[in-house]
Design a protein around this ligand. Structure first.
Ligand code: FES
Length: 78
């Protein structure tokens, strides 16, 4: 399971105490689908049934958008 997402920011985010959840922890998005990056907003729930070894693309990087399988992630510009 993997997914292709588009990141448009060009620098880091600074986190502070206001980013902490009710439990005092900061939850950083690692799935790439959060609308509140770099913070987790629960969007990762959409990935729960992704199959191992498959790469997905969500329409508009929206966890509620159409999900399709893609051949792989294009690293051509690296
Ligand atoms: S890990 Fe990405 S939204 Fe939670």
């Amino acid at each position: 399971m993997a997914r292709e997402v588009t990141h448009e920011e060009r620098g880091p985010a600074v986190l502070d105490d206001e980013d902490k959840g009710d439990d005092g922890l900061i939850y950083v998005c690692r799935c790439g689908l959060s609308d509140s990056k770099p913070l987790c907003d629960g969007s990762h729930r959409a990935t729960a049934d992704e199959a191992d070894g498959v790469v997905y693309k969500y329409a508009d990087d929206d966890p509620d958008g159409e999900r399709r399988e893609i051949a792989g992630i294009d690293y051509e510009d690296e």
